[in-house]
Design a protein around this ligand. Sequence first.
Ligand code: I3S
Length: 128
Amino acid sequence: SPDSNDSSTPELEKAGLLNKTKIAEGGRKLRKNWNPSWVVLVGNSLVFFKDPKSQTPSSWKPGNSCPESSVDLRGAQLQWANDLSSKKNVFKLRTVTGNEFLLQSETDSLIREWFSTIQSVIDRLNRE
Ligand code: I3S
């Protein structure tokens, strides 16, 4: 389309369902609370939405798909973190502000795709 390179419209890199828990906020450790999350990688951000399956029909109305939270990937660090969970396929994302998230999927190929796609965005931002 003619607008596909419009810099005001960040490119959607990836979207899908992952298990997520936040484990630190501003460097302070948090209690784990794993939940399915609809994760969207768009532009320089990773955006988290409620698991669509857990939403009520009314929450599907346009305009009601409000993100739960959003992570700026600039300066973020990504690492495999199977030592931080009994679950398999876990990686940790740490933001410059000291927020830490674990993301997980039972599907090996899927989690590897997420890891490399997020890493490539971080690498691109590091080159800017
Ligand atoms: O690393 P931890 O503390 O063993 O993580 C487990 C606990 O947070 C547990 O919650 P409670 O301590 O509130 O019962 C969670 O239910 C588990 O999922 C956490 O471990 P995994 O290994 O699933 O990340």
